[in-house]
Design a protein around this ligand. Structure first.
Ligand code: LER
Ligand code: MN
Length: 279
């Protein structure tokens, strides 16, 4: 397993100036850095790609759908536009040199239409991600669909649901991200919920129950890491937490993080904690 950190610790809007963080990340043994992608056109892929290569850091992406993009919309025109958006996201991953795109890309965050998931919506999601398969192959990108908790989506909340969706899509480049923050809310037994995913599990967002410092809350990371070892998971433990810094007004942490926990604490102390568990 490899340890990485998401830019979300510092910012939702990654700017080329954030590449100045990279040498310190590498010096701390952090191998991967996750780029949040809302609008792929806003990402300066060539600058970032050079900085990743210069610092020997692997890039992964977390795509989050902006307003107007919705693969499970009842409007066929919106669904078509959404596939085009996802295609641009995957192409931008390739430009960044990333081979993995995580994120809840089946629907926008907080798309809560007020009904249970319907069969049409499930079929539209399957259709969308099957259609994306060729683009994933051509760009050598794996899509790791991320279930999120019920206040962010009605569509995919649990590991078992994500497993069923992936089985229906049935494409080798479509797998699953499990974010321990969301799973802590939705699973009866978080660690055991990972076991049936086996090879479909492509990515982990390691996140405390309050999105703060790993090991400071009640997510049972020792049990999670044990199951990951038992299923031979060899992807990232990508730290997705939010720190507080006056210098980072675009961070979600600026709104709710513990003021005594900085973005660097989230990354460096989090990585040290995970390394201890990996042994
Ligand atoms: C993205 O990785 C995530 O976990 C979502 O909660 C973002 O809103
Ligand atoms: Mn996540």
């Amino acid at each position: 397993m490899k340890i990485g950190v998401s830019a979300f610790a510092w910012t939702s809007e990654l700017k080329p100036l954030h590449t100045s963080l990279f040498p310190a990340l590498r010096a701390q043994g952090i191998e991967g850095f996750e780029v949040p992608m809302f609008d792929p056109a806003k990402i300066d892929a060539s600058v970032l790609r050079r900085a990743f290569a210069a610092n020997n850091i692997e890039c992964t992406v977390c795509a989050i759908l902006p307003a107007g993009i919705n693969p499970i919309s009842p409007d066929a025109a919106v669904r078509k536009h959404s596939l085009a958006h996802l295609t641009r996201c995957v192409e931008t991953c390739a430009e960044l040199g990333a081979h993995l795109m995580a994120g809840p890309v089946y629907a926008p965050i907080a798309y809560l239409p007020g009904h249970r998931r319907q069969q049409d919506e499930w079929n539209w999601a399957v259709e969308c991600f099957q259609s994306l398969g060729e683009v994933l192959d051509a760009n050598r990108v794996t899509l790791a669909l991320e279930p999120v908790n019920r206040s962010e989506s009605f569509f995919l909340n649990t590991a078992a649901e994500a497993n069923s969706l992936c089985a229906a899509i049935d494409h080798p480049r479509v797998g699953i991200t499990i974010d321990t923050f969301h799973a802590n809310i939705e699973e009866k037994n978080l660690a055991e919920s990972l076991r049936p995913l086996a090879k479909r599990l492509k990515h982990i967002h390691a996140s405390e129950n309050d999105r703060g410092l790993l090991g400071s809350g009640h997510v049972d990371f020792p049990a999670i890491v044990n199951v990951l070892k038992e299923i031979d998971y060899n992807g990232y433990l990508m730290i997705e937490g939010f720190g507080y810094s006056e210098k980072e007004p675009d961070a979600l942490g600026a709104i709710y993080a513990d003021p005594s926990v900085s973005p660097e604490d989230i990354a460096f102390k989090g990585a040290t904690y995970l390394r201890t568990l990996l042994g």
